[in-house]
Design a protein around this ligand. Structure first.
Ligand code: AMP
Ligand code: GLY
Length: 418
């Protein structure tokens, strides 16, 4: 098969890496890809959000299957556009991807189908939002409705911080149209867990649990980022909690989407909080998480192409998906200054040595004409190691990462330890 993966980060490198092991995949492409992906797939210089150019290229090059990995092209309807040209694709259609693209939609779905989540109200006007914040008191959480690069959520410790967040989203247009509606919700407490699930519109199969580390600095301090590291499985996600999540959250969500005429095919991402009152949904995403994907796919023991095909064909219930009885840790190496301002273009050394004990997924890298690999983004690499249990996987990821150097290298020293 000729397969194209859309995207160019660490998550897409992990997907390309897994697909490259499939005997079914004869030709592998990635658009736009990155410096590491280029060693496994042919990179195609089309932006992930350029739906028309992507679909035209796929038609012209007779792709047999397309994997749409990032949120933006899903929300823009890339899967629908590919289907309209008869090109099979992995990922939800636009009407199902809205579960991530609109928090107003996802909160409404949970309320209608009694899926446990934080209590909330939706606002389109600033004054009632401010009134609500003052009446509820702090801590309280203010969320922009739309996609805001993971930065549209403010967990406010004080009423004035929450008021400020609502003002910047609703009056100052900080996130443009994404912030013209806001969701204000109860602040929940408890450990966070990600559960990614394969879904075929009807059936759903959870992958091993994982945990992202979103804050930039050790001890969960500093600004929110796209994710500084991930482990799998997540401590605290016991078989009993998993059973409750399946019964109270995962299956009801799949059924709700189907009942609403929005069957979900692709990866359904459950961001959960294990609160004292039981597991509750923090957020849904319509795709693999990054960097959770890098850790979780490292544990997969089944051909990923077979899984993607089963999701597309609606036959997930017929496929046995196997996982290694191991643990994984993905440690993100970032550019100093990320998620704020940072410099790029620095040469990276030690990739080969690190690759002897871990898999180094590239996120923000590019290949220079002389063959050197240079930094080209905020999150640069995800050093991903597998071990018999979490402790050894974490130790191995840090040990492997020691070989890698580039100017202004930044990483957290406590991935998997918080
Ligand atoms: P989100 O983009 O919705 O995942 O939110 C980003 C982060 O904000 C989450 O990973 C949580 O740590 C935190 N968060 C979001 N909603 C809540 C909530 N209702 N209570 C407490 N923390 C939250
Ligand atoms: N790791 C969080 C996300 O991908 O949204």
């Amino acid at each position: 098969m000729k397969v194209l993966v859309v995207g160019g980060g660490g998550r897409e490198h992990a997907i390309v890496w897994a697909l490259s092991k499939s005997p079914k995949v004869k030709e592998l492409y990635c658009a736009p890809g990155n410096g590491g992906i280029a060693s496994l797939a042919t990179c195609v210089p089309i932006k992930a959000t350029d739906v028309d150019a992507m679909v035209d290229w796929c038609a012209a090059h007779e792709m047999d299957f397309v994997v749409v990995a990032p949120d933006d092209p899903l929300a823009l309807g890339m899967v629908d556009a590919l289907e309209a040209k008869g090109i099979p694709a992995f990922g939800p259609r636009k009407n199902a991807a809205v579960i991530e693209a609109s928090k107003v939609f996802s909160k409404g779905l949970m309320a209608k189908y009694h899926i446990p989540t934080a209590r909330y109200e939706t606002f389109t006007e600033l004054e009632p939002a401010l009134d609500y914040i003052r009446r509820q008191g702090a801590p309280i959480v203010v969320k922009a409705d739309g996609l805001a690069l993971g930065k549209g959520v403010v967990v406010a410790r004080t009423v004035s911080e929450a008021e400020e967040a609502a003002r910047s989203m609703m009056a100052d247009g900080k996130f443009g149209a994404a912030g013209s509606k806001v969701v204000i919700e109860e602040c929940m407490t408890g450990p966070e867990v990600t559960v990614l699930c394969f879904a075929d519109g009807e059936h759903l199969v959870p992958m091993p649990s994982s945990r992202d580390h979103k804050r930039a600095l050790d001890g969960d301090r500093g600004p929110n980022t796209g994710g500084m590291g991930a482990i799998s499985p997540a401590p605290g996600y016991s078989p009993e909690v998993a059973r409750r999540c399946m019964e109270e959250i995962f299956l009801p969500t799949m059924a709700a989407l189907k009942a609403e005429g929005r069957p979900f095919q692709g990866v359904l991402y459950f961001g959960l909080m294990l609160t004292p009152d039981g597991p509750k949904v923090v957020e849904y995403n319509a795709r693999f998480g990054d960097p959770e994907c890098q850790a979780v796919l490292s544990l997969l023991d089944t051909d990923l192409m077979d899984i993607f095909l089963a999701c597309h064909d609606g036959t997930l219930d017929k496929l046995e998906i196997r996982w290694k009885a191991s643990a994984a840790c993905c440690l993100v190496l970032a550019s100093g200054g990320y998620p704020g301002h940072y410099q790029t273009g620095y040469p990276i050394t030690g990739l080969k040595e690190a690759g002897e004990t871990a898999v180094v997924f590239h996120a923000g890298t590019k290949r220079a004409e002389d063959g050197r690999i240079l930094t080209s983004g905020g999150r640069v690499l995800g050093v991903t190691a597998v071990g018999p249990e979490l402790k050894s996987a974490i130790t191995c990821a840090y040990h492997s990462a020691k070989h890698i150097t580039f100017t202004d290298l930044l990483f957290r020293t406590d991935i998997g330890r918080t």
